[in-house]
Write a protein that binds this ligand. Structure first.
Ligand SMILES: Cc1cc2nc3c(=O)[nH]c(=O)nc-3n(C[C@H](O)[C@H](O)[C@H](O)COP(=O)(O)OP(=O)(O)OC[C@H]3O[C@@H](n4cnc5c(N)ncnc54)[C@H](O)[C@@H]3O)c2cc1C
Length: 410
């Protein structure tokens, strides 16, 4: 028997076990997947929960429901991997031997990494929304907040869903406008980037949307600390941004066990080949989804497209053949822009987001880099597709590799 062990039953790990259980014979392959708990959280919903669009119940489902027959689900924390011995040590003392290992343990917000962030004001006037607890606390705060200086801040890239802070800012603008209190709220977007986003064309476009909405952008801001007493963000170059309500995306880091196992970079991401997702250090270890160091967006869409190609590559690799399904960094992200509208961006390692129609060239129904109601409905509809199609490893009607069809290059 050969043994495949998958660490993490989130977006990527769940898709992997569903797809590979169909492809690997049960008489030859044992598949085990490990996660720390039995609750699968639909993370994209955390953006909308603070504005009352979703309730907590709509974002949670039992994890085991998405793990297929013939795959062992082990629910305990991962302590470390001994990649020389091909073993995973779990916190309860169990040791799992493997022939092949997939690390899909994602990335998490780490407020403890910025001085003062999780201090006195944490979840009083300093909030995150990348955790369920944070999103719920922020929802309660927004329900009664009477206005003042709202600061949306991100510590450092990469973060998962790099458009989420932009979306939060647009949604907040619309939320306060719809409540008739926009004139009582001053919105500032504080980022370590020069502009609104990492890619120049999209950054210019999104920066223009900030201007139209009277949102001030404070760029090149490398945070040094959060001063709880004075309620100011302080930068390394001694700039200060005062706030009454700070919504921050803390530093995102891969799982600590990756560092303990000597498998990670400075931020605990596993260095892999960006086209095959194979570890640079171990020929029987892959890292998928947010856990790897590939220079693509950390997004569910990237997890989805790369897993499709990984499955084909894995079947080649175990037979000793070269891997030929090379990942191009394809990402697509809906960007909520408020008032029932949104944008969509579609890009890869080489091509930045361009205007056009997606997925059917000339028709859509989604518009690229332009606001539309269809994009907003696409974002809301995705939750159904996530639970019913994507996680179960069923085919989605969009190609894994990015296509230039329907995109305008001039
Ligand atoms: C607010 C927000 C909005 C988002 N919006 C979008 C969007 O609109 N579109 C999009 O494509 N993506 C979006 N994303 C990003 C998307 O959710 C992630 O990129 C995706 O879930 C990554 O999948 P993953 O499998 O790599 O990690 P995850 O889905 O996070 O899974 C990792 C799993 O590993 C487990 N784990 C970690 N450490 C351990 C350990 N030590 N022991 C045991 N188990 C462990 C965790 O419990 C978890 O189940 C959003 C994310 C957030 C936070």
């Amino acid at each position: 028997m050969k043994r495949l062990v998958v660490l993490g039953a989130g977006t990527a790990g769940t898709m992997v076990v569903n797809k590979l259980r169909h492809k690997l014979s049960r008489s030859d392959w044992d598949i085990t997947v490990v996660d720390q708990d039995d609750t699968h959280l639909y993370q994209p919903g955390l953006l909308l929960l603070p504005f009352g669009v979703y309730t907590e119940d709509e974002l949670l489902k039992p994890r085991h429901r998405f793990v297929p027959d013939g795959v062992d689900l082990v629910l305990t924390e991962i302590d470390r991997v001994d990649a020389e011995a091909n073993q995973v040590h779990l916190a309860d003392g169990t040791v799992l031997d493997y022939d092949y290992l997939v690390i899909a343990t994602g990335t998490s917000p780490r407020p403890d990494q910025t001085p003062g962030m999780d201090g006195e004001e944490w979840r009083k006037s300093v909030f995150d929304f990348y955790t369920l607890e944070g999103a719920k606390a922020l929802r309660d705060k927004l329900a009664t907040w009477e206005g003042g200086r709202l600061v949306m801040h991100l510590v450092e890239m990469p973060i998962k869903c790099p458009v989420a802070p932009l979306e939060f800012t647009f949604l907040a603008d619309a939320f306060f406008e719809e409540r008739g209190m926009r004139d009582k709220v001053d919105i500032t977007y504080v980022t370590p980037l020069e502009g609104a986003f990492t890619k120049p064309v999209a950054s210019k476009h999104l920066g223009g949307m900030f201007e139209q909405r009277n949102i001030h952008l404070e760029g090149d801001f490398m945070v040094e600390s959060v001063d709880n007493e004075r309620k100011v963000l302080v930068s390394m170059d001694e700039r200060e941004v005062p706030f009454d309500l700070l919504v921050t995306i803390p530093l995102n880091m891969g799982a600590d066990f990756v560092a303990r196992s000597g498998l990670g970079d400075d931020l605990n991401y596993v260095p892999v080949d960006k086209q095959t997702l194979l570890s640079k250090a171990h020929d029987n270890v892959f890292a998928l989804g947010d856990a790897s160091d590939i220079p693509a967006s950390k997004a569910g869409s990237v997890a989805h497209f790369s897993v499709e190609l990984f499955v084909e590559n894995f079947l080649q690799h175990i037979e000793g053949r070269p891997m030929t399904h090379l990942f191009d960094g394809h990402a697509n992200c809906f960007i909520e822009s408020g008032h029932g509208k949104g944008l969509l961006i579609d890009f890869n390692y080489e091509t930045e987001p361009l205007p056009g129609k997606y997925p059917i060239p000339g028709i859509g129904p989604f518009t690229l880099l332009e606001e539309s109601h269809a994009n907003h409905w696409g974002k809301l509809g995705f939750r159904w597709a996530y639970w019913n199609v994507l996680l179960k490893g069923r085919p989605m009607p969009v190609p894994a590799l990015m296509s230039m069809a329907g995109k305008h290059t001039d």
